[in-house]
Design a protein around this ligand. Structure first.
Ligand code: IPE
Ligand code: IPE
Ligand code: MG
Length: 225
């Protein structure tokens, strides 16, 4: 049985979920944010140590300004409103990605939730925001050099935003597309990949459980036999 230490999810399909219901895309994002509760609680209860959720990519700035503004506002609301979810379920909040372009209001809310949950020792919930793997690796290499390291696989890994969470064991993408969209490329070099056509707002812990059961039975070889 494989151990699931790090689960990563590309939460895709919000826009299509809304379109299918003749709603505007933002309704899909709102519904999508609610799904996080069920998934986070499932992971917390099932002793999964690290859950990384892709919420906003370095490429998502290309969307219309109105959608970007909505997403960043939703992120702020999410962080403020989910405090209880984190505190009641012993979940610690982290982020990966470059936070520098965000407003002070958003940065403060992020810092505040990190602070308030820093003694929780159950699930690490890691939100990937303004996250791109190529951006993360580039920053890691520069940081390693600034800190006087020679560039090695170990020194790069040590300076990634996600350094403390370990490599991804299972990567799920909802919404039917079969691509990684610049998510955790380094960390997923030996991840098991699961693609589901379910749109993120329709995803739930029951489907997650089925995917995890399949993951547990796979023979992971890591290049050996
Ligand atoms: C994923 O849903 C959420 C974000 C990228 C923020 P999308 O907004 O990409 O939804 P689709 O893929 O257009 O359906
Ligand atoms: C990936 O979804 C990013 C997030 C889920 C946050 P996208 O919808 O942005 O990816 P592409 O553009 O279809 O590859
Ligand atoms: Mg998408």
């Amino acid at each position: 049985m494989n151990i699931l230490n790090h689960l990563a999810i590309i939460m895709d399909g919000n826009g299509r979920w809304a379109k299918n219901r003749s709603l505007v895309r933002t309704n899909g994002h709102k519904k999508g944010a609610d799904v996080v509760n069920d998934i986070a609680i499932y992971c917390a209860k099932n002793n999964i140590k690290n859950l990384t959720l892709y919420a906003f990519s370095t490429e998502n700035w290309k969307r219309p300004k109105s959608e970007v503004d909505f997403l960043l506002n939703l992120l702020l609301k999410f962080i403020k409103l989910k405090e209880e979810l984190f505190l009641q379920n012993n979940i610690r909040f982290h982020t990966i990605g470059d936070l520098s372009p965000f407003s002070n209001k958003l940065k403060d809310a992020i810092a505040n939730l990190k602070n308030k949950t820093q003694n929780n020792n159950g699930l690490n919930l890691i939100l990937a925001i303004n996250y791109g793997s190529q951006n993360e690796i580039t920053r890691a290499v520069n940081l390693a050099l600034e800190n006087g390291y020679k560039i090695t696989e170990q020194s790069i890994a040590k300076h990634l935003d996600s350094a403390s969470f370990g490599d991804v064991d299972l990567l799920i993408r909802t919404g039917g597309e079969q691509r990684l969209s610049n998510f955790l490329l380094w960390q997923s070099s030996y991840a098991e990949l699961a693609f589901t056509p379910t749109l993120w707002p329709d995803f739930n812990s029951k489907e997650l459980e089925e995917i995890i059961a399949k993951f547990k039975s796979i023979h992971r070889k890591f290049g050996a036999i």
